[in-house]
Design a protein around this ligand. Structure first.
Ligand code: ZN
Length: 1021
């Protein structure tokens, strides 16, 4: 083919030059070496001695839209007399026009393949939320497949160098006798639909192709393939595609649901591990002790190997890994450019800061994370003409052969790029396997040495944490991350002096305490404290999750790709102390082997039981689990059973000690039995009837709310805006409506989508059997409508509670459902980008604040806040203390002087200004009282319960640029509206399973829905 270079003489020297070993040369491998060398030097391209499948090959060329979208690795398909091609299941080739297989077809082919060749094995790796199977497919030579277990034992030793006494010589022997594992995952993002067919064909090629290039892979590498990561979403995507093909002239709906809970964010769960797909892939990756996790995506033309990406790189990774990214990435670019395939590049705008991406599981567990973006047509298998934007086709230093401005693009083109890139990578990895295995051992070893080199030595979770439930929840995530945790047998003391480190201790939440903590020389921990040692193979993921993040406002990267801060102890409101003193490693502690749970149960005797409110979500679980129990909530602190209880404590009656003991043990709650109920103001905590409301324009962010409620086993009805439009009396069904961040904006929540084309159903039918499981409608276009707005208003006026968050708080404010509240977005760009910010409690008597620790860190997406006023239409906003005066004579603090006029008499002077803080509404003035129509009655005014702290303490973790119009402003506001309430959150309190410290504010709104005015102080006028 013109322009395609076929000269390979420089490949081998380059590969060798890129493979310097830090240690002594490897032992020779006998006669195999020369054969290996020949394979490693093999050029890509078919073995002329092996017949090709001519029909299949003809269609490859037919479905490929330009000759330069092919490579010598995929421009033919080898034939096998015994092993069937993907045609057997698909009825056509992989990547065929208009052909998108369901998961069952993909699995059927993989199992057919496994039944026909010993080189392929299919393993079930778990189920999805909706019960669909996930699989992994292993492909390697007959001999490697026959010794998978023994090879796995070797890999396990390299993965944990403690098991070989950290002996480098032993490691060298293992390296030369062991085959690495390269794990490829496809279609986590359901609208990026090409990977399953590419991976079906890749498995076939790896098993069947006798070309030396592919044999080099098969003989020296175990390829592991999960063809579909998001299986629930895949089957929905195929349904949608079928609907589209059956209605060719209609506009088709957007894929509203991917997985059961979240859509695109399923690739942001590698920290919290809340999704089955994350858990199953991580367990598979670590059980196989794989060296690479390579995740396939589709959005960028034509192949962007984005792992090299751009800065800032994640700060907790071994630099050896980031070098490996460069090696693999640039090799990919070189080889595919050599094939004449345009648009392959590796540097780009993706920053490698957040460890939330699926592929990053490898990076944080001593492996190599990789991610391809190839080009796709947005989920469809149709061939379409695509026109790219100038920034996608420009020639840059890192993209010398950019994509073309306009091409026909097919699923086959996509499959060609995916398979070619993968084969090039697998071959490079196979050839350089010793170097990569050596690095794998070195990275594992350096993760263990970390405790005594860069540190810290450990993180300690004190046994006396006031939030044991949240502590256990965080520790369970570390356990799921395969992090080892030990428990101290007795009290211990370590040095914690870390000069200059202001944030070393998540227990010190304001600057004075932080400085005090910095000064303190030692710190003692009680027996039973948990120790997460950093001298273990998976120390890096623990460090990355538990440490603080700092993203400089001056960083050259101005477009963070995702959240910039996540610090789990702050997010969970749990104490964790970063200890650099290696003495902590000598503390007597035993490994924790069971799943960590908070202690619970009933102590003492009596028929009344008191449970402290520490903000544990299990309190809500208990309320719904024991529906017949009488549960009251204390509105004030009190003493009972020899203990002091803060506001919000549960007083439980009409339940047996035995059943409460069972429940509290299971939930990790401690109940104290007393003879009589304490004499304290209290109100019932009822099991509110909950609706969770969504739009049809996007369900991703509310999915995290559904997940949190499901995990806490708090029941709710899942309703949509059209249900609200239809239901005049919402109070008959619900007490609380949660309206989490929703797809759309205030206008489109009401109006929905344009009605000028065809109806777009989202429902279960014979054609679309996987749609409609979560919710369904004949037409996703209509929104809430003005009837729906009126119904919501009536719901609140008649005593309901509406909880709004971020853009739904905008909605409530704009529509007059929250008189006196305006929403505020900081001026300028990128002031806050997914940052943890410090708050202060303004009104601790509000039930919303029961059990909420002061100085809580909350997740802020963009620095949103509220303004509050005692009058409609806004009033004077509070100031942040900076002097303000009109232009005039004198200094900023002087009065101006009118020339030629005597000084003012006292009676003519303005009243002294009242100092109004940014979180406060200005008091009503005499001038306003002259015509009080717009003055909100005192009992109906906004009640600010949580605000951001002062500017100097505002940043907890991540990026904060400026922030003066975020600091001190309201974050959570409770607004009475006639008999009900609208609660507004500027933060997102239920997000990615990470904001556990903020969960109680939502559960408090639910459990106290009919008593939110408790503790309220009403202004005199
Ligand atoms: Zn993607």
């Amino acid at each position: 083919m013109p322009g395609r270079l076929r000269s390979w003489n420089i490949v081998v020297p380059l590969a060798l030059a890129a493979a310097p070993l830090a240690t002594a040369p490897l032992p020779a491998q006998g006669p195999a070496v020369s054969a290996d060398a020949a394979l490693a030097a093999a050029k890509p391209g078919r073995d002329p001695a092996q017949p090709i499948d001519t029909g299949y090959t003809r269609r490859i060329h037919e479905y490929t839209t330009e000759s330069f979208f092919l490579s010598p690795l995929v421009d033919y398909l080898p034939a096998s007399p015994t092993v069937p091609t993907p045609m057997a299941v698909l009825g056509d080739i992989a990547g065929a026009r208009d052909n998108l297989p369901y998961s069952r077809d993909v699995y059927a082919y993989m199992r057919l393949l496994a039944s026909k060749t010993p080189r392929v094995r299919v393993i079930s790796i778990g189920k999805t939320e909706e019960g669909r199977e996930m699989i992994a497919v292993a492909v390697a030579s007959d001999s490697l497949m026959a010794h998978l277990d023994a090879n796995g034992v070797n890999l396990a030793k390299l993965a944990d160098p403690r098991s070989i006494g950290m002996n480098d010589a032993t490691a060298e022997q293992l390296v030369s006798a062991t085959t690495p594992v390269y794990y490829i995952t496809g279609t986590i993002h359901s609208t990026e639909s090409g990977a399953p067919t590419a991976l079906m064909e890749l498995a076939y090629r790896l098993a069947v192709d006798e070309s030396p290039y592919v044999r080099n892979i098969r003989d020296h590498l175990i390829t592991l393939i999960t063809p579909i990561v998001e299986v629930d979403g895949r089957d929905r995507m195929v349904d949608l595609f079928r609907w589209h093909m059956a209605h060719p002239n209609d506009t088709y709906p957007n894929l509203i649901y991917w997985g059961h809970y979240v859509a695109h964010d399923n690739n942001r769960d590698a920290m919290g591990l809340t999704l089955k797909l994350s858990q199953n892939v991580l367990n598979t990756y670590l059980d196989w002790h794989a060296q690479v996790l390579h995740d396939l995506h589709e959005s960028v033309p034509y192949l962007y190997d984005n792992t090299v990406g751009d800065g800032p790189y994640n700060a907790w990774l071994d630099p050896l890994l980031t070098n490996e990214w460069q090696m693999l990435g640039w090799n990919n670019v070189q080889e595919m450019t050599r094939f004449g395939m345009p648009g392959v590049f590796t540097h780009g705008t993706f920053d490698t800061w957040s460890p939330g991406y699926l592929m990053f599981m490898a990076a944080t567990h001593n492996g190599i994370s990789r991610l391809y973006e190839t080009f796709g047509n947005g989920g469809t298998a149709e061939t379409m003409e695509r026109t790219l934007s100038p920034d996608e086709t420009s020639r840059t230093w890192y993209r010398q052969d950019p994509p073309l401005p306009r091409v026909m693009w097919s699923l086959r083109d996509n499959n060609n790029y995916e398979e070619t890139g993968l084969l090039v990578s697998l071959n490079y990895f196979a050839t350089n396997r010793r170097q990569f295995l050596e690095n794998f051992y070195q990275k594992s070893k350096r993760s263990i040495l970390k405790a005594r080199t860069e540190g810290p030595a450990a993180y300690v979770f004190p046994a006396d944490d006031p939030r044991p439930g949240a502590q256990a929840q965080l520790l369970r995530i570390l356990q799921m991350q395969h992090v080892e945790i030990a428990r101290a047998a007795s009290p211990f003391t370590v040095s914690v002096a870390t000069p200059g480190a202001r944030h070393a201790d998540s227990t010190a939440r304001d600057s004075s305490a932080k400085h005090a903590a910095t000064r303190a020389a030692t710190r003692s921990f009680p027996a039973g404290s948990y120790i997460v040692r950093m001298d273990q193979p998976y120390s890096r993921i623990a460090d990355a999750l538990l440490d603080y993040q700092y993203w400089s406002p001056d960083d050259p990267q101005k477009q963070p790709y995702d959240d910039t801060g996540w610090t789990f102890p702050e997010n969970f409101a749990v104490r964790a102390v970063r200890v650099t003193d290696p003495a902590v490693l000598a503390v007597a502690a035993s490994p924790v082997t069971d799943t960590i749970r908070a202690p619970g149960g009933v102590s003492g005797s009596g028929s009344v039981f008191v449970i402290a409110n520490d903000g544990d979500q299990s309190l809500a679980t208990l309320r719904y689990r024991m529906r017949n129990a009488r549960i009251d909530v204390a509105e004030a602190p009190f003493d009972a059973a020899g203990q002091h209880f803060a506001r919000g404590a549960f007083i439980v009656r009409d339940v047996s000690a035995h059943s409460l003991d069972d429940a509290t043990r299971a939930l990790g709650l401690r109940a104290s039995a007393v003879a009589t109920a304490p004499t304290v103001a209290m109100h019932p905590a009822r099991a509110a009837r909950i609706a969770l409301l969504h739009t049809w324009q996007g369900t991703q962010t509310e999915g995290w709310w559904r997940q949190a409620l499901d995990f806490a086993r708090v029941p709710y009805d899942y309703i949509n805006v059209q249900d609200v439009a239809r239901t005049a009396d919402l109070n008959a069904k619900y007490d609380v409506i949660l309206f989490p961040p929703a797809g759309g904006n205030t206008q489109s929540i009401i109006t929905g989508m344009p009605m000028w084309r065809n109806p777009m159903p989202w429902k279960r039918t014979a054609l679309t059997p996987n749609l409609g499981r979560l919710d369904q409608t004949d037409d996703i276009r209509p929104g809430m409508g003005w009837d729906g707005v009126a119904h919501l208003q009536r719901f609140v006026q008649h005593g309901g509670v509406l909880v709004t968050v971020q853009n739904t708080a905008d909605f409530a404010s704009a529509l007059g459902l929250a008189p006196g509240v305006s929403t505020h977005h900081p001026s300028g760009r990128n002031v806050v980008v997914g940052t943890l910010l410090r708050t202060r409690i303004v009104d601790d008597a509000s039930p919303l604040m029961y059990g909420v620790p002061d100085s809580l860190a909350v997740y802020s997406e963009e620095g949103e806040t509220f303004g509050v006023s005692n009058t409609l239409g806004g009033g004077r906003r509070g100031s942040n203390g900076e002097a303000t005066r009109p232009t005039g004579r004198g200094t900023a603090n002087d009065p101006d002087v009118v020339q030629g006029r005597p000084a003012l008499a006292a009676r003519n002077e303005a009243p002294a200004p009242i100092d109004v803080k940014p979180w406060e509404p200005a008091p009503v003035t005499d001038e306003q009282m002259r015509y009080p129509l717009g003055i909100i009655p005192p009992a109906q005014r906004p009640r600010v319960v949580l605000r951001y702290t002062d500017r100097k303490d505002l940043l907890v973790s991540g990026l904060l640029d400026g922030g003066s119009d975020v600091a001190q402003r309201p974050v959570v506001v409770d607004v009475p509206l006639e008999r009900g309430h609208v609660v507004l959150f500027a933060n997102n309190p239920m997000y990615r399973g990470e904001t556990v410290g903020s969960y109680p504010m939502v559960y408090n709104a639910i459990l106290n829905f009919d008593h939110l005015d408790a503790g309220r102080i009403v202004a005199p006028r």
